[in-house]
Design a protein around this ligand. Structure first.
Ligand SMILES: [Fe+2]
Length: 207
């Protein structure tokens, strides 16, 4: 089976992100969510910038629902925004529901921690008894030990990928407020309409 047969596809739309103290102040106001309904995310995010980013999401509209992650991290040099290491984004589907693979549209505004994708297809046999999470974990571990070519996503532009693209968060090379917006098209992931607090949350910043 081939995984990540092509590069993640860029949407071609660049939303200008001018990194500055002014932008940082704006980013600190943003409310984060994880797998929230599109409409809920638009309502609670408290940011015209994020609403604009969401409007430009290159969704295809072939799945049952569209869910949104918004994550603002107060990132210090050396920190990660997610669990380190190669992994896949997708769902386990324990009830074996009829589903298409999730499609993700990822937008990151960052100077120091842009997500990295594997820059080559991976031809590997997959044990059919593995759950999706096992596939991600076992193959990800294998990739962690390999020196493989890497594609770094652009700052301020969507990239689109599905559940076969291995990627990893990058260890931040500087301090910054980083914004991630990810729009997921899914048949099985359920919405969670509640506010999410990233682990780098600081009460002094977000109150
Ligand atoms: Fe991921």
């Amino acid at each position: 089976m081939f995984l990540g047969e092509s590069l993640p596809i860029g949407s071609g739309v660049t939303i200008p992100i001018n990194h500055s103290h002014h932008l940082d102040a704006e980013l600190k106001e943003i409310v984060s969510v994880k797998y929230a309904d599109y409409r809920y995310a638009m309502d609670v995010c408290r940011s015209d910038l994020v609403r604009n980013i969401l409007r430009f999401a290159p969704t295809e509209g072939n799945h049952k629902r569209i869910l949104v992650d918004i994550k603002v991290h107060d990132l210090k040099r050396g920190e990660f925004t997610c669990v380190p290491g190669w992994h896949l984004d997708g769902s386990n589907n324990p009830q074996n529901l009829d589903k298409r693979p999730e499609i993700h549209h990822l937008f990151v505004a960052s100077r120091f921690a842009l997500t990295e994708f594997m820059d080559m297809p991976l031809d590997i046999s997959i044990d059919p008894s593995w759950t999706f999470a096992e596939r991600s974990k076992k193959l990800g571990k294998l990739l962690d030990e390999m020196d493989i070519p890497v594609f770094t996503i652009p700052n301020g532009r969507y990239v689109t990928y599905d559940d076969s693209f291995f990627h990893r968060g990058k260890q931040a090379t500087g301090d910054e407020i980083r914004l991630l917006v990810r729009v997921t098209e899914t048949d099985v992931i359920e919405p969670q309409n509640k506010i999410y607090v990233p682990y780098t949350h600081q009460s002094t910043l977000w109150g």
